[in-house]
Design a protein around this ligand. Sequence first.
Ligand code: PEP
Ligand code: MN
Length: 284
Amino acid sequence: MRDLKLAAKRSRKKTIFNIRGHMIGQDFIVIAGPCSVESEEQTLRIARAVKNAGADMLRGGAFKPRTSPYSFQGLGLKGLKILQAARDETGLPVVSEVLDPRDAAWMSEYVDVLQIGTRNMQNFSLLKEVGKLKTPVLLKRGMNSTLAEWLNCAEYILSEGNPHVILCERGIRTFETYSRNTLDLTAVPAVKELTHLPIIVDPAHATGRVSLIEPMCLAAVASGSDGLILEVHDHPELALSDRDQALTPDHFLRINQKISALRQFMGTMGDIHTFKNYTLGKSG
Ligand code: PEP
Ligand code: MN
């Protein structure tokens, strides 16, 4: 990985940046929300619920990269306006996926973080386009990508002038079929050896099964992750995408409480310095 000029750890100290009061790379960040923005009511309900359960940011796809062209493709601009309404009400910064280089600049007016999905990790035109913006980028690991390939994609963004990159381990393809992907938690400490960029973990897309998410959240915390991104739906059985990996708000709250306890314990061991307490909110 000698070709990494800007992403390599040797080039600078840990990257920390502010997104509406949240210090990425310093605070532990929990991003939660539906896989897809389905309607204004659905998104506002879930936004309130995840906020009450301790989320720091709201996720929601307005442009969906679906395996089948006949599956729900997202609400597009209407979805982004709904996310803005949810941010206005809850104060939660919003994260949403950009699929097309032509959409990056105008979408950045609507979101606080532009997500690049696993299927687009090596879409170099898209990487260059988000690199020209100031909006932070959540760069998911390609499902078939090595750490070197992934970090080179981060380098594309940094080299265009945007230093605000968050890496996200979301599971890789292996021979195993029980889980949707295989969560490569080795990537977390390995990436921290190689780069100064923050890294978060997505146990939802990594496992594809609600029953596996909570233990993988705790394992991600123990691995040193800078945060988590999770899918939450108040009616998982009705979700228009990824219903098998959608947590209920109550389950999400419980996970947050366990994360808080684990981080507190890790703090006493001298590994980390900050932790949060979560309490059951009114619509949690
Ligand atoms: C998503 O976050 O909804 C998504 C499509 O993620 P990934 O690109 O990791 O599959
Ligand atoms: Mn999803």
